[in-house]
Design a protein around this ligand. Sequence first.
Ligand code: HSE
Length: 432
Amino acid sequence: MPKEVNIGILGLGVVGTGVAKILLEQKKLLTERTGVEFRLKTVVDLDWERDRGISLDGIRTTTDFEELVQDPEIEVVVETMGGIEPAFSFVMSALAAGKHVVTANKALIALKGRELLEKARECGVQFLFEASVGGGIPIIKSLREGLIANKILRIYGIINGTSNYILTKMHQEGLDFSEALQEAQAKGFAEADPTLDVGGGDAAHKLTILASLAAGGFVDFGSIPVEGITELTSLDINFAKNFGYVIKLLAICRFNGTKLDLRVHPTLVPGDHLLAAVNHELNAIFVTGNYVGDTMFYGPGAGQSPTASAVVSDLVDLARAILQPEGGYTLQMINPEKNVALFSLDEIANRYYLRFFTLDQPGILAKISGVFGKYGISISSVVQLETHGEKNYVPIVLLTHEAPEKAMFKALDEIKKFDFVRPDLLRLRLFK
Ligand code: HSE
């Protein structure tokens, strides 16, 4: 007889329903492949009116979370309710009750991961979150297992499908930002609050998780510099294209073994790089390990079935750990007690794309380039178009050689003070 593992789902929304569906539809296959019978015993949700398109016959449905926590038969809780509270309190109670927890909740891990992992450790249970980054892409398992021999040197992630969809539409079809956002929302992969997608917050949640895995200790989400894609115009997309680049919202982690350089921002990616070919809502995570070299993981980063597929992979890992409690199966790479330092701005240098609208008058370019010279910033390319849109203002676009972040910030502060420069200047970074 296969060992039975009883599962409770907390939150029967899009992802929770997907998990229930896989557990019901793939029951036999999962047992054949793992030697474990996964039994969905209880589902907790507040809304039992809505038709989810699945039959829950024989499964206990309730609005009371305590039924799940108090049930000694339930070994694993799947948290798919989302948000921070009450999800955090519920997960803490489930861990305290000795239950393993699997979640897809990236915000919860980014903001509360340390406490949750400490609690899991204290209670001798597992806390797993494969589905929290890259939807169906098995990136956490790959870092934990396939790449275990490597120091992770760099991670570049296109890990917000909504932003990637918008940028693809702007690049390929010349759509405006707002038109493309509306399309992305209609497709259903945007967050309830789309500012998390387009402002870079969702990618930063996921980067916190990836960087913590790479560094083996928790990274402070609040310390990550985050810039979104809301300031980009079709003009910038076209300039970038003409320079041979594609603009992508990248989550960047560069690790020297001691300190991390973490950032989320729109980035000019060379048109012939693999990441430049990741389009629409798809995600990709480009990982460089010191032994393996460059690798790339690509696939659907959101959606019911891909995300549920990742949740179920955690359930299988858990079942294996449950079957072999002494088996030394390493499921956790993050030490919640370890802090990892980030580089300061003084220590980071980048190449930049700068776009200004200035009055078309003699000496303006000289004044702007004079400021860059003062701060030791070398210009590698300049384009000025004769006219654009608003009368008297012309766009000037510069690409620079590598320059320290701090020098660039100071130079731009000075340039902003020129009365011939419109306040809406844009600073982007180039891929390196
Ligand atoms: N809003 C997210 C995205 C969903 O657009 O990628 C998956 O986390």
